[in-house]
Design a protein around this ligand. Structure first.
Ligand code: 5GP
Ligand code: ZN
Length: 113
């Protein structure tokens, strides 16, 4: 838990969100400002600022977050057509919230990068 972290507050239910998946270590909720028909944020409950801050202890967690992305995609009906899983890292990567998260985007053809 980081005191000033928005996503830690969402984990602790101090700030409401539309939760689509939750387990002991992982939370997924709808992005407040969706850029695709399906836009879900998948986060670890543990405060990890960026993808570069993961340690050996987090490898299983990060792997499970990817498995959870597939499950959420299935539940959201975008599994067959496909989707994009994005991590923005630090300022040039467009990261605004410094609590690790993956954007799960889909529901339309997103094209190539
Ligand atoms: P970043 O730019 O850090 O990769 O992405 C942060 C994301 O968090 C943005 O897509 C933004 O719309 C979303 N976001 C910011 N504040 C809130 C909030 O209070 N609730 C939810 N559900 N999403 C938020
Ligand atoms: Zn946090």
């Amino acid at each position: 838990m980081s005191e000033d972290c928005l996503f830690c507050k969402i984990v602790n239910k101090e700030i409401p969100s539309t939760i689509v998946y939750e387990d002991e270590d992982i939370l997924a909720f709808k992005d407040i400002n969706p850029v695709a028909p399906v836009h879900i944020l998948i986060i670890p409950k543990k405060h990890i600022p960026t993808i570069t801050d993961i340690t050996d202890d987090d490898f299983e967690l990060i792997g499970r977050m990817h498995a959870v992305a597939g499950k959420i995609a299935r539940d959201a009906g975008i599994f067959e057509d496909g989707f994009r899983l994005v991590n923005n890292c630090r300022s040039h990567g467009g990261q605004v919230i410094y609590h690790l998260h993956f954007h799960l985007l889909g529901g339309k053809n997103l094209g190539g990068i």
